[in-house]
Write a protein that binds this ligand. Structure first.
Ligand code: SAH
Ligand code: SF4
Ligand code: F3S
Length: 471
């Protein structure tokens, strides 16, 4: 019997990847992934705990789902509700206390057990009586099982032209503000052969651009078949040999794990795209120390220089936190100075959000909310300027774009440049657009906007090179 599952993901790309894997786990049970919760038999919220706002959003969404499910007119929606991801991991049974109508709570390390959980619920429901059996009977599985879930996941199905592939999970860095080491657990690297097998499957299913994922991806040290450890740089070199794969990226990296070997890969591996997300968080050494980031601002700038020597056109992206405990006006000015020195192509920035159980939440020198907000606005204005400048420089240039999504109009497609910019292009006809889908095609940039590039198609002939047109 076919059933429908609706999975809504919040937070980072690893959650987006996990959503595709949950769908893979459920496929043999007859579940098809659907876009609309109203059509679903099972709705899973794949949640994020990184900031308070992200975590609280889950409860409003759960309330909305309950209203939809328990409509007074009886409706058609009798779906089960699951809460997965990092809020589930952090709060466990607390989720059921706040939302007793939830049917299952599962952590990021236990979703391979979904079929067992669903079978258990079905058994309990048949044993119980009617509707009354639902309330207060949710099940919770947020263990960190000793065996990694990857050993139990079925082969991944396709994700389209641009795919994610988790190679590393968890984090041992314990930045003072961050919940990830608690929600995702200790660092774990998947074995090289498992990664390469999954990559080949993704490519066979149409992937041309693969982003290797990990909370601290450049700490990757997976085992080779002969028992030797393999660095991320070596993994990238092996991935680059996969025929049909045109582009590679990896995210997110910690500056301390940016080895010379990995920097050299940006010079040597043509398929490795000229783009890197390298979060700095702050430009002040005092704040970096309070954050337990374990690098100084000048060390970060040195890495940026080395990367630019290796790959002069590399586009850099970052994360920032304003208003971390202890951040003074002078500290914040140092962040602005660093941003002016680096010139980012793109960045995310957040106001500090104290997270339960993290060291930063218990620090004494909290920064006033308004001050944190005001700093955030100033930082975002500077970053937006830099992004617009970066994008504007592309006007009139020829750029190879991997088209991976439909645009707003039927003959329009969207895709990514090698530097990770979103590019929108109009094709002469719907047929031409269909043919371009999933391919790398040279376009001419007609305008650079705040968040995207507009392009004209110059040549839909043979597949362009993987990479980068001469500047
Ligand atoms: N592994 C990545 C980050 C994962 S979290 C890294 O090391 O950079 C993504 C971003 O969320 C972080 O880079 C940080 O900028 C932000 N973030 C994490 N915890 C936060 C908190 N408590 N308050 C505000 N922003 C936070
Ligand atoms: Fe969080 Fe720091 Fe680990 Fe990134 S490196 S996931 S910010 S603890
Ligand atoms: Fe959020 Fe968990 Fe990712 S807290 S950012 S979903 S690792």
């Amino acid at each position: 019997m076919t059933k429908n599952v609706h999975i809504k993901s919040y937070g980072c790309q690893m959650n987006a990847y996990d959503a595709t894997r949950m769908a893979d786990v459920l496929a043999p049970l007859g579940y098809r992934r659907v876009d609309d919760a109203g059509d679903a038999d099972l709705v899973i919220l794949n949640t994020c705990h990184i900031r308070e706002k992200a975590a609280e959003k889950v409860y409003s969404e759960l309330g909305r789902l309950r209203a939809m499910r328990d409509r007074p007119d009886g409706g058609h929606s009798d779906f089960m509700i699951g809460v997965a991801g990092c809020v589930a991991q952090a709060e466990g049974g607390e989720v059921l206390r706040r939302a007793p109508y939830v049917d299952l709570v599962l952590g990021p390390q236990t979703y391979h057990r979904l079929p067992e959980m669903l079978a258990r619920i079905a058994r309990e429901r048949t044993a119980g009586e009617g509707d009354g059996a639902r309330a207060g009977r949710g099940i919770v599985d947020t263990e960190f099982p000793p065996e990694p879930k990857f050993d139990f996941l079925p082969g991944s199905s396709g994700q389209g032209p641009s795919a994610f592939l988790t190679v590393q999970e968890g984090c041992d860095r314990f930045c003072a503000f961050c919940v990830v080491p608690y929600t995702r657990g200790a660092e774990y690297s998947r074995p090289v052969d498992a990664v390469l097998d999954e990559a080949r499957r993704l490519v066979a299913a149409g992937a041309r651009d693969i982003t290797l994922l990990g909370q601290n991806v450049n700490a990757y040290h997976g085992l080779l078949a002969d028992g030797r450890e393999c660095s991320l740089a070596e993994l990238i070199r092996r991935m680059a040999d996969i025929p049909g794969l045109l582009r590679l990226r990896y995210t997110t990296s910690h500056p301390r794990d940016m080895t010379a070997d990995l920097i050299a890969a940006h010079r040597d591996v043509g398929k490795l795209m000229p783009w890197l997300h390298l979060p700095v968080q702050s430009g002040s050494d005092a704040v970096l120390e309070a954050m337990n980031r374990r690098y100084r601002a000048d060390e970060y700038l040195r890495i940026v220089d080395d990367l630019r020597t290796a790959r002069p056109d590399i586009a850099l992206s970052s994360d920032f936190i304003t208003g971390h405990p202890g951040e003074s006006d002078a500290d914040f000015e140092k962040t602005l100075d660093l941003v002016r020195k680096v010139e980012y192509a793109q960045a995310y920035s957040f106001k500090f959000s104290p997270r339960p159980g993290t060291p930063a939440a218990a620090m004494e020198d909290m920064v006033d909310e308004d001050v944190g907000n005001e700093r955030l606005q100033r930082l975002q204005a500077l970053l937006a300027d830099q992004q617009l400048n970066f994008n504007r420089r592309f006007r009139d240039r020829r750029v190879p774009v991997l088209f991976d999504r439909r645009g707003r109009r039927k003959s329009q497609l969207a895709g990514r440049s090698p530097w990770m910019q979103a590019v929108h292009a109009d094709f002469a006809s719907v047929v031409e657009a269909d043919e371009a889908m999933g391919r790398v095609i040279d376009v001419e940039i007609t305008a650079g906007h705040a968040n995207s590039l507009a392009a004209r198609v110059v040549d839909t002939g043979g597949e362009a090179s993987s990479g980068v047109a001469a500047a």
